[in-house]
Every structure is written in structure tokens, then in C-alpha cells.
Design a protein around this ligand. Sequence first.
Ligand code: LLP
Length: 438
Amino acid sequence: MLDPALAQLLPRTCEVRDGVLHLGGVSVTELAATYETPVIAYDAADVTAAALDWTHAFDDYSPGAMIAYASKAFSSVGMLRLLGDLGIGADVASRGELESALRAGIDPRRIVVHGNNKSRSELEAAVAAGVGLIVVDAADELELLTEVAAAASRPQSILVRLNPDIVVETHHYINTAHAGSKFGVPGDMATELLRRAAQSPWLLPRGVHVHLGSQLLDVAPWAEVLTWLAAWALQLRDDHGIAIDVLDLGGGLGIAYTEQDTPPAPADIARTITDTLAHAWAPTGLPLPALVLEPGRSIVGRAAMTIYTVGVVKDAGEIRYVNVDGGMSDNPRPVLYQATYRALLGARMDDAPDGTWWVAGVHCESGDVLIEDAALPTPRAGDLLVVPATGAYAASMASTYNLVPRCAVVLVEDGAHRLLLRRETLDDLFARDAGVTP
Ligand code: LLP
């Protein structure tokens, strides 16, 4: 039996059989033997459950809500296809992410395009694809997009990214709605951009976008921003006669990485949003807006774990290290954001922890430590070390530092498993090295 506090860090299908961790009916030992380690394994049932939690959370909201998965959290065509089949759209922030969503067959009308410095060719590709919404981030971009839409003779629906100057509690690198952030424009500039857009025959201004930040563990910021937005939208209507009919509230809902984290559920966010709309928006007399939500981490974060093999176990005096065969190249989050994780020995789940070790990676940096003070049963070379909750921003931010090829990413479903992304080979790495003689 998995302890419930630990179970919330793992895919919902996880169970322990004879001391071995299983997800989706498949053991971590089988996955390690099939794909080599490190390997990142997603549970399809968990992704589906998390995605449906989001869509059902807004079942009772009558203008409706579109859930656009923030594909930066993890984007592969197989994953996007799984989500697209559930009616989920995609938030894309680059040409590559757009391409991935289109190849997965996501309805372009359900694609929302982001970026604080979109190039002309990115905008051309988005307009040509017929994306539902392009989120304009700056005055220069409004002009560029007008040109692009006019040249394509395709009127384009847009939102303006608004920066409400709200500081939320999270790591400052993933705090995005404060004054001085590189994203969005302040309220008065957003008003101006919507006004200009309304005068262009090629732009259809539909509303605004706000993304508060990421890994948020409290519902309060959503209430705060909506109350602010209601007053701003009323002013916009009164001063300029422009009505907001779409409100995109971005992503940001956090997940549990350790037993200490207690994130709200999508239903809690939905209740906060709809209650605040009822209390702050409805009294203004403005029609309720259709909503867009862009969850990334809270759809895929819990669904995956990284399986490593233990190599050298070393006592360095004050610190004991357990070295694994991956590290900051397959998960840069600890190094970038001081993110905390839990470690488990996947084939020794019944052994009680008897000490703490630092989990170190293979890279040539003393900072390449995935976890400090991980409580474990005494680890031995060859053990499988599992790090839960690596489904978001691990594979998608992976690098090939030290010329270490990127690991495989697999999907487990009903006792079967298949590749989403194959392991990179050395030949893949050298294929782009112009110094290599054919
Ligand atoms: N929408 C917009 C416009 C965003 O910028 C983001 C995340 C999301 C949606 C999705 O947010 P989520 O639901 O996943 O929190 N690499 C960092 C996270 C960066 C998030 C960037 N934007 C990390 O590993 O924590």
C-alpha cells in the first residue's frame, strides 16, 4: 500500500507489487530494462484524469471555457494527440510548439499563440494555420500582425496580454504578472492596443490574457486578478465602447513535488473564478466572458516519473552522495529554481529509509544535484532510483550538456508501453556538428 501523501506525487494508477513500483500496470523494472535509463515514463490514465478534471471543472459555466494545454510543459506529438482527442486545445509559444500541435491534429481554432517576441514568420505560420487566438504582447507586434493578417487576407482574432502588476508567491523566475516583467503591457496600454485593433479591418479584438505565474499553490491570486479585471473591463467599455468577450487566465496551478506541497484542485480554481465573476463582474452589467485556461504543469506534471540507475555511492565526509545516470540535463529545475523533489528506490519500495543521501547527476558541475537530503534505504549500485512528478518542464527543458544524449520518453497505458520520444543517439548529436567528416 502506498502512503496517501506519497501517492499524490505519483500517477493515480501507481501501486506496489512485491516491493516494485508499477504505473499503468507496468513495473519500473520492465521500463528500465526496455528503454535503458534514464527514462521518463508518463501514465496515460493520469494525464487523461487531470485533463478531464480541468474540462469538467467548468461544466456549469454557461459562456463556456476552453482548456488549452500549455505545451511548453511537455510537448510531443503523441502527448498532444492524446490531449486533443479529449477536446483539449493547445497554448503554443514557438513555431516548433505550433507545428507539434498541428501535427497532432489539434483543431487550429483551439490553438492560442503566445510569445513576447514573435517573429514575422511565426505570425505568418500562425495566421496561415487559422489559429483561434494570437495573444499580442506589445505595440510593435500589433503593427506586425496587422501587416501579416492583411497580406494573408485573413482577419485574425486576438487577445492583448495584460500585466496587472500582481506579485504572487512563487520563484521569481516564474512570476510573470508584476510590473517590469518582460511579458504583456500595463492596463492603459492594453486599452490602447484593443482600441487600435478595433479600428483595423484585419484584427478582431476579443479580450485579454493574464498569466499570473507558475507553480501557484493558492487560489487567492485568481480572485485578486479577476476583481481587478472587472474594474478595468468596465472602464474599457465606458470609455471606448469595447466589450471583452474572451478572458484568458493563463495557467499556473501548482502540483505536489514533495509530501509538504498541498495544491488546490482544478475544481477549486474554477470555483474561485466563477464565484469572483459572479460577485465582481456580473454587477458591472458586462456580459460574462468566455474563458480560456492554459494549464500545463497541472495536466502532465504528476503523470510522469524519471527512472534512473544508481552508479557510484560515495561518502564525501559531511555529505553522502548517490550518483545517478542523468541529472541537470534531463531535469534542470533543481538547478534553475531550487525545486525540491522526492526520491524512491523503485524496486525496493518495502525497504524503510535508513538515512539521507544527496542525489547527484553525471554532469561536470558540483551544482548538478537533483535532490539534497533524500531519505532512502541504503542505496546500492544497480538500484533503480525514481524521481516522481517530473512530467512538466523536465523533458521539455532537457539539454545535451556534456554531450549526453537526451533520454527516452515513454507512455504507459493499460499494461502496455510505447515511445513518445526515442532516446537520442550520439549520431543524432554529431549530425549537426559541421566538423564531422562524412
Ligand atoms: N500560459 C502562459 C502564457 C505561460 O507562460 C505558462 C507558463 C503557462 C500558461 C503554463 O503554466 P503552468 O500551468 O504550467 O504553470 N519552467 C518553469 C515554468 C515556466 C512556466 C512558463 N509559463 C518551471 O519548471 O517551473
